[in-house]
Write a protein that binds this ligand. Sequence first.
Ligand code: FMN
Length: 232
Amino acid sequence: MKKLLTFIVSSALALSLAACSSQSTVMESAAAAETTEEISAETEAVTETAAETETSADTNASEETAAPEEASEEGVLAAYFSWSGNTEQMAQMIAEETGADLFEIAPAAPYTDDYDELLDIAQQEQAEDARPELAAQVENWDSYDTVFVGYPNWWSDAPMTVYTFLESYDWTGKTLIPFNTSASGGFGRSLSRIEESAAGAEILEGLDLTESELPDAQNRITEWLTGLGFSR
Ligand SMILES: Cc1cc2nc3c(=O)[nH]c(=O)nc-3n(C[C@H](O)[C@H](O)[C@H](O)COP(=O)(O)O)c2cc1C
């Protein structure tokens, strides 16, 4: 009887222990499951944060790439051809007042230094409607919205190299402002030819100066630029 009682008590004890242990296993599993959920929730949160960070990094990246475009809206270039320095001087005065970058339009094969020889060469190039090759190209053309284009009067026209320059670029949406120096003839017949060669450009009022006007032309240049909306 005593043995039977001992068996019953120990069996009951064993059963309750087993129940307890399986319960703790369940609880551990539940805790583990909760931890897994937490981890996966955290992972999700981290992933989302990473995605957001990536998106914001992307946004920053596109802002960064957008910045030069914004800056380019104010880009001004003063491109000029000059054989004996007068037009270059005028270009420098324009650049000082507008902050324009300077670019020299020059042929790949430089013109002779001999004035009389040059007169013949210039005349021949005009007769042939030549397009002499250029020595250099404008870097970052797209960053310029306004381009001053200056040249001397050669036989009542622009040097043919200027037309090579004009025809080398896309002028769509650009503003072109011509300027010129001469002995007395001003722009000659160049303005209508410029319009053809820079198709798509909006052409604003230009300024032409004679060689003798040039040394005292600062005020005229300032007035002209102010009239065009430039101020410094
Ligand atoms: C080949 C050549 C042709 C020229 N033809 C004319 C002309 O037809 N009419 C005029 O008024 N000046 C003419 N000139 C004078 C230039 O236009 C003037 O000296 C100009 O200011 C020179 O500019 P640069 O020093 O920038 O080269 C000619 C000069 C050269 C070299």
